[in-house]
Design a protein. Structure first.
Length: 121
C-alpha cells in the first residue's frame, strides 16, 4: 500500500512538472508552486469531503429524508426498506480515504517546502 502511495505521489509530481513545462510561459518556481497548489487543493477537497462523510455528518439528514419519503410514499411495501439501506458513512472506502489523506498531506508538505524555498532565496 505504501509503495503505491509513493508511486502515485511521484506520478503527481511528474505530472505537475510536465504541465508547468508545457503550459507555463517560463519554467519557474512560481509556476511549480501554483500547479502544486492546484493539485493539493483537489486532493484536500476530496479528503475533507470524505472525512466529513466518514464522520457521520450526513447520516442524520439522510436518515430523515429516507424516513420522510417512506411516510409520504403511497406504496406500503417500501415502508421498512429505508431502515435497511446503508448510511453514507458506511459507504466510504477506507483504502481511498487513506490514499487521499496521504496524497493531500504529502502535496501540502511539498507546497509548504517550495514556498519556504521561494522566500528563502
Amino acid at each position: 500500500m505504501y509503495r503505491k502511495n509513493w508511486f502515485i505521489l511521484i506520478l503527481n509530481i511528474s505530472i505537475i512538472l510536465i504541465m508547468v513545462y508545457l503550459r507555463a510561459p517560463a519554467f519557474s518556481l512560481v509556476h511549480i508552486i501554483n500547479m502544486t497548489f492546484y493539485f493539493s487543493l483537489i486532493y484536500l477537497v476530496i479528503f475533507l469531503a470524505m472525512y466529513t462523510t466518514k464522520g457521520g455528518f450526513f447520516d442524520g439528514v439522510t436518515f430523515g429524508f429516507r424516513r420522510f419519503r417512506s411516510v409520504m410514499s403511497t406504496h406500503s411495501d417500501h415502508l421498512e426498506e429505508w431502515k435497511k439501506k446503508p448510511l453514507p458513512s458506511s459507504k466510504v472506502s477506507q483504502r481511498f480515504y487513506k490514499f487521499t489523506r496521504f496524497q493531500s498531506i504529502a502535496l501540502i508538505t511539498l507546497l509548504v517546502a517550495l514556498v519556504l524555498i521561494y522566500y528563502a532565496f
